[in-house]
Design a protein around this ligand. Structure first.
Ligand code: F0G
Length: 406
């Protein structure tokens, strides 16, 4: 699909492909797509192709023939009857993004972003990350034969994610600072052209991430849910889902918008604070803290876009404590057999909270997007469940545990 990169705030067309903000007003960038090219396209035609990011190629701004792909997307939408029973909702679905090739939703954005990097002739790609972006970028850079540098907050990246970035051959740089510091540094490196930046501030990333919105609607046979609930960190994903819905509404494939609900951790909730105050901009949180390290972000770069997505759909923003996040993670695992990392469990925790406070009605049809796999952060699971102590290697010792009352 043909497109223009434009400033989201003042509308200026930005030609420099390395820019990550408007040279005039400093605003965020966005892709203006020429939707007239979608005229005549039907869901039926799309469905001839396997489900996944590239089923929606007509909505994407890069050429599919050149795609750097690991067959991302096409993740399950689980109909969660047990979870619904526990929380008191008739219909709840979990969109399980942990089933992506590197175990998180980031792969949707990276297939498009890295394809764009190749189109531009970039040699080095890079990002700041709380972990998943770096794991994903490292894999796609490996596939594309590009060098990759990732800058991470030292001591605050889950083991699985760190291992992936190292494994796929990225230069891994840990800084004594948080994600917001890391992003500031890589943006400067990108401005000086040492690397092509692939954080979600790059407007090609949300284009790929849009496809989670397409898939949810597609998997529900175009029956629009009442709400889509998702975690918010740097705020690229909620914007991407909003964009997908706008595009589907624009071409007449859906006739109403689901309410978008953004969930943040209580120690890191600038968007929730802004929403509660009715503001369209937010005040950064200086020292964000949460067990959900993936969303430990105080200055979300797409925060203003997130607020627009929430207001325009009549949605809301809610924060949840670390305890509520870990409880939700456990409920999902034990009731549904779905393993998610803490940041992903935040969406379920937020949904539970909103049902309990009556903000979500019991008849509503709710989709929670669970963004990353439980294996990303094994330490947190093992910490919650205590040490496993070895027993002697004999039948009786093991039987005593398997059948204690026999
Ligand atoms: N869930 C997970 C598992 C994440 O890794 C992230 C973000 C989010 C939710 C929030 O998404 O930033 O689009 O609002 N992780 C980024 C990273 C920041 O570096 O991996 P967002």
């Amino acid at each position: 699909m043909s497109f223009e990169v434009r400033c989201w705030e003042c509308g200026k067309v930005v030609d420099d492909p390395y820019s990550d903000s408007c040279p005039d007003c400093g605003g965020l960038l966005d892709l203006g797509n020429d939707r007239s090219e979608l005229k005549g396209l039907t869901p039926y035609e799309l469905r001839r192709r396997p489900i996944g990011v590239w089923r929606y190629a007509p909505f994407l701004p890069v050429r599919e023939e050149k795609a750097v792909t690991l067959k991302e997307g096409g993740t399950p939408l689980y109909d969660c009857r047990s979870l619904g029973g526990i929380v008191g909702l008739k219909r709840v679905w979990v969109k399980y993004e942990g089933a992506n090739p590197t175990g998180s939703f980031k792969d949707r954005g990276m297939t498009v972003g890295v394809t764009r990097a190749l189109e531009l002739g970039a040699k080095v790609v890079g990002c700041a990350s709380t972990g998943n972006t770096s794991a994903s970028l490292a894999a796609y850079a490996a596939k594309a034969g590009l060098d990759c540098a990732v800058v991470l907050p030292a001591g605050n990246v889950a083991a699985g994610k760190l291992a992936q970035a190292v494994f796929f051959g990225a230069k891994v740089i840990a800084i004594d600072g948080n994600f917001d510091d890391a992003l500031r540094i890589v943006r400067e490196l990108a401005a000086k052209r040492y690397l092509y930046l692939l954080n979600s501030i790059n407007p090609f990333r949300p284009e790929g991430q849009k496809t989670v919105g397409f898939e949810i609607i597609d998997q529900l046979d175009f029956q629009v849910p009442d709400r889509i609930v998702l975690p918010v960190g740097n705020a690229g994903n909620i914007w991407s889902v909003y964009k997908a819905l706008i595009e589907l509404a624009d071409i007449g494939w859906i006739d109403r918008m689901p309410k978008l609900v953004g969930v943040q951790a209580s120690g890191s909730k600038p968007i929730v604070d802004a929403f509660k105050a009715g503001k369209s901009d937010f005040t950064p949180v200086c020292k964000p803290e949460t067990v959900a390290t993936a969303i430990r972000i105080g200055n979300p770069v797409s925060g203003k876009k997130a607020l627009k997505a929430i207001y325009d759909t009549g949605g809301s923003a809610v924060d949840v404590s670390d305890g509520e996040i870990l409880d939700a993670q456990k409920i999902l695992g034990r009731a549904e057999g779905i393993g998610v990392e803490p940041a992903s469990a935040a969406s379920v925790a937020g949904m539970i909270k909103l049902v309990q406070t009556g903000s979500i009605g019991r008849d509503e049809r709710v989709v929670c997007i669970c963004t990353g796999n439980v294996l990303k952060d094994p330490d947190i699971v093992l910490k919650s469940f205590g040490k496993i102590r070895p027993v002697p290697a004999d039948f009786e010792s093991v039987k005593k545990i398997v059948a204690p009352y026999d």
